[in-house]
Design a protein around this ligand. Structure first.
Ligand SMILES: Nc1ncnc2c1ncn2[C@@H]1O[C@H](COP(=O)(O)OP(=O)(O)OP(=O)(O)O)[C@@H](O)[C@H]1O
Length: 507
């Protein structure tokens, strides 16, 4: 992506004098910058409102605006050396210009203006509004001002983190539920959901957690459980999407010996294992319809019947369900029972995607980096890694389709693969590209620690199984032919293995 460069500068006394002298050989700082670098997409000039303007100065300004597109912001300063006021007003203008943003590289011009104005540019460029700094002089023309002082990545996150930890701790202590402190957040959108979860935790009712993959649904479920009166009893997480459909009833409710081929002894299901505690049913939308009926019964009657048993047994289990799917759409399409949906959706927690959480990415980056540094033990090469400003900005600008999980794993890979103690922008970019879907063919994925051949083969199988089923409108005989299987029973086995069976299948 190409970045557009925007110039920001105060109009100072030197520009004023240069305008009055009208000497083309000796242009003022702003004109020098514009002459040396003509590709500024936008020029924003700040002028002190109280500044008295002479006629040549007004002419100069007019000539300048016809030469480049200039936005002139008149700023009311009680004094041109009032640091606090300059800081506040310039920050407001930069915000008004909607900075920082990915496609814009701001350039702050240090030469014009008072020392207070210059100091404020430097502070802002190194903290809230990352920017390039330049200066101009008659002798040396335009120069970039570069020095190794990375306030934003070296000091601020640490400071912010400390205060954030404190707030989290206080909030946790206040309500007696420190479990929620594990949910790192700062955005109002998340605060709302955490507040909801805290309230719901106190009531012994079912909860439905909605959110894209990797948004923290399980983390919320754990926190609700830990803050509930069931905290000392088991928390059993079950991924419904990973259970073969024909085994779903037995997995959840248990079975009796001889109930089906292969059932050579009695087996307790997850309900029994969660007795007195919480059963977390992840990907609830994947449960087959007959299991949905049994689950509804369990919620209504507080009893379950193991497969092959003649009598139901009482259970005392709180259900927290979760899904990344649009469950209401599944209800409308008849894939999910409406009565079960309403039973589960007593307390709904709706987790926003990471890209919708203002300020959270920054906080999570620091949290995970601290965690990784602390876990690095005494291996010097993996100790105390930090991010360069470029790397940090890249992470901040990424949309994170895989949410917190993707951010975490990108950081893990960056820490492992970075050479020095500062992770560069390129290293982060590479760490992200390694998993970006479709970015690499199956034959040229990098081989490294954590590479999983079986997972890659499964990915390929799943992909072609799904395509064949779609292409044949779920007609198994045709799909099996397309895939080169001798008959459709083979396809059935494959679909079962990958949990891809659906109600739409036809012979
Ligand atoms: N706000 C957060 N603060 C700290 N860690 C988080 C946060 N949200 C998620 N995580 C971590 O990110 C990872 C993914 O979270 P989790 O498994 O809860 O997501 P999920 O929504 O249940 O994912 P899926 O839909 O894929 O099952 C976990 O390691 C979790 O601890």
């Amino acid at each position: 992506m190409t970045q557009e460069s925007w110039l920001f500068a105060w109009i100072g006394a030197a520009d004023h004098q240069a305008a009055e002298a009208d000497d083309r050989e000796r242009p003022g700082p702003i004109a020098s910058a514009l002459l040396a670098h003509e590709r500024f997409g936008r020029v924003v000039l700040l002028t002190n409102y109280g500044f008295e303007r002479s006629k040549p100065y007004c002419d100069w300004l007019e000539a300048l605006t016809s030469y480049v597109d200039v936005d002139l912001y008149e700023i009311e300063l009680s004094s041109p050396i009032n640091y606090a006021e300059i800081y506040e007003k310039v920050s407001a203008e930069l915000k008004r210009a909607r900075l920082p943003r990915r496609e814009v590289l701001p350039t702050f011009h240090l030469s014009p203006g008072t020392p207070a104005m210059i100091a404020v540019w430097i502070l802002l460029a190194k903290t809230r509004f990352p920017a390039r700094l330049i200066q101009t002089s008659a002798q040396r023309g335009l120069e970039r001002v570069d020095f190794n002082f990375d306030l934003a990545s070296d000091f601020l996150p640490e400071y912010l983190k400390r205060s954030e930890d404190r707030i989290e701790r206080l909030a946790g202590e206040q309500l007696g539920v420190p479990e929620f402190a594990r949910i790192i957040h700062r955005s109002p959108a998340m605060r709302k959901q955490v507040d909801r979860a805290r309230r719901i935790a106190a009531f012994d009712l079912p909860v439905l957690v909605l959110g894209e993959t990797g948004t923290g649904k399980e983390l919320f479920a754990q926190a609700v459980h830990a803050a509930s009166k069931r905290a000392n009893r088991p928390f059993i997480p079950v991924n419904c999407g990973a259970i073969p459909r024909e085994l779903a009833n037995s997995e959840l409710f248990g079975h009796k010996r001889g109930a089906f081929t292969g059932a050579d002894r009695d087996r307790d299901g997850h309900f029994k294992a969660a007795e007195g505690g919480t059963l977390f049913l992840d990907e609830i939308g994947d449960l087959p319809s007959d299991t949905q009926v049994r689950l509804l019964r369990a919620l209504q009657e507080k009893e379950v019947t193991p497969v092959g048993a003649s009598k139901p047994m009482k259970v005392d289990v709180r259900i927290i369900a979760a899904t990344h799917r649009d469950l209401q759409a599944d209800v409308t399409a008849g894939r999910f029972r409406e009565d079960l949906f309403h039973r589960l959706a007593v307390g709904i927690i709706n987790l926003p995607a990471l890209r919708e959480r203002d300020g959270d990415v920054e906080l999570l980056i620091d949290h995970f980096l601290d965690q990784l540094n602390a876990g690095a033990g005494f291996e010097p090469e993996v100790q105390h890694k930090k991010l360069s400003l470029e790397a940090r900005n890249f992470l901040l600008a990424h949309p994170w389709p895989g949410n917190i999980r993707e951010l975490y794993h990108t950081l893990v890979r960056s820490v492992i693969w970075s050479d020095g103690d500062t992770i560069t922008g390129d290293e982060v970019r590479e760490a992200l590209l390694e998993v970006a879907p479709g970015s690499q063919g199956v034959l040229d994925r990098p081989l490294h620690k954590g590479f999983d051949l079986q997972a890659l083969l499964d990915e390929v199988s799943r992909h072609y199984l799904e395509r064949a089923m779609q292409q044949t409108n779920h007609r198994k005989k045709l799909a099996a032919e397309l895939l080169g299987f001798p008959h459709y029973q083979t396809l059935t086995n494959w679909l079962r293995r990958f949990g891809l069976e659906s109600a739409e299948e036809k012979e």
